[in-house]
Design a protein around this ligand. Structure first.
Ligand code: MTE
Length: 328
């Protein structure tokens, strides 16, 4: 895999948790049973590869010490190396290795997120302000891509609900739409007409308010690599990965169900809800099993995909009474 070396191969000390602090936190997490000392950690500090895809020198996670949050899975974490080199981010190209190759062009400072629509407090929210709006937590989430692979990633952020409460939605706000950056100067994939740019995604208000839905700024104890959606993305772990929009520039509070890019592109293949569901196949392939990235071997069995990606206990009630075959 080609990795650009035009930028420093390691993050600047000011940008990440100091290594001793970081290691101590890892020990604490491990002691607390979070299984954090996974193979992924070697990837974080052991190798320069794929650490460099950022252009916002000086940015930091605030606070540096994200506390372990609820809902974390104890499953073995995917390595940082895999999670930051095997990506979907079509603005940088359609190949899984394109984002890590090209995302270093993305300028993530200054960055503002426009909060628009049905809210009492609309406005442009600076990324530094958003970082500090609520205490950050680390949450290890299972992620399942519609293409049949999965990862386990420790994300850092706070519940999107915190921001929603802060901006005070009006009674008309039934949905949220996330609009992401589409700048052909920084994002070579945007020059190709694969999708109707900008990439857009949406959630129903109760989904957006659910405590599992994370407004995300970092992963593996450091700020998000550009290819993973810096400087701000959402992570919705019970839905297929494409619902988790990266590099968000606008959050719109709407009365009507918003457009989402993949739903618009291929409505019979990608629904608005896109809850992980082993019983509803994609028209062209089964969704019953998944390949966990990092577990690949000739004899490795695929895993059975779990309803709502294993988060049924937390989210199934959101869809009570809904025909999940119709609302896929
Ligand atoms: N967000 C934007 N802006 N553009 C994209 O192409 N791809 C989605 C989602 N968010 C995408 C996006 C898809 S298909 C997946 S599987 C996840 O990002 C992948 O996130 P990851 O690369 O951090 O694992």
């Amino acid at each position: 895999m080609l990795i650009r070396s035009s930028v420093p191969s390691r993050p600047l000390g000011s940008e990440i948790t100091a290594e001793p602090v970081y290691r101590q936190r890892r020990r604490l997490l491990a002691a607390a049973g979070f299984g954090a000392a996974s193979a992924g950690m070697a990837g974080v500090f052991g190798s320069g590869a794929a650490l460099a895809q950022r252009s916002d020198a000086g940015a930091s996670l605030a606070p540096l010490e994200a506390k372990p949050g609820p809902f974390s899975t104890m499953e073995r974490q995917t390595s940082f190396e895999d999670a930051s080199t095997y990506n979907n981010f079509y603005e940088f190209g359609t190949d899984k290795s394109d984002p890590v190759r090209y995302a270093d062009r993305l300028q993530t400072r200054p960055w503002t997120v426009a909060v628009e629509g049905e809210v009492a407090k609309p406005g442009n929210y600076d990324i530094e302000r958003l970082l500090k709006l609520a205490p950050q937590e680390e949450r290890v989430y299972r992620m399942r891509c519609v293409e049949g692979w999965s990862m386990v990633i420790p994300w850092i952020g706070y519940p999107l609900a915190e921001l929603i409460r802060h901006v005070e939605p009006t009674g008309n706000a039934k949905y949220l739409q996330f609009v992401t950056l589409a700048d052909p100067k920084q994002m070579p994939g945007v020059r190709a007409g694969v999708l109707d740019w900008p990439y857009r995604e949406g959630l129903r208000m109760d989904e957006a308010m659910h405590p599992l839905t994370l407004l995300t700024f970092g992963m593996y104890g450091r700020i998000l690599p550009n290819q993973n959606g810096a400087p701000i993305r959402i992570v919705v772990p019970w839905k297929y990965g494409f619902k988790s929009a990266k590099s968000i520039v606008s959050i719109r509070f709407m009365e009507e169900q918003p457009i989402n890019s993949w739903g618009r592109m291929a409505p019979s293949e990608y629904g608005f809800y896109s809850n992980v569901n082993p019983e509803v196949d994609h028209p062209r392939w089964s969704q019953a099993t998944e390949r966990r990235i990092g577990e690949d071997g000739f004899f490795t069995r695929k895993r059975k995909t779990l309803m709502f990606n294993g988060y049924a206990e937390q989210v199934a009630q959101l869809y009570a009474g809904m025909d999940l075959r119709k609302f896929y």
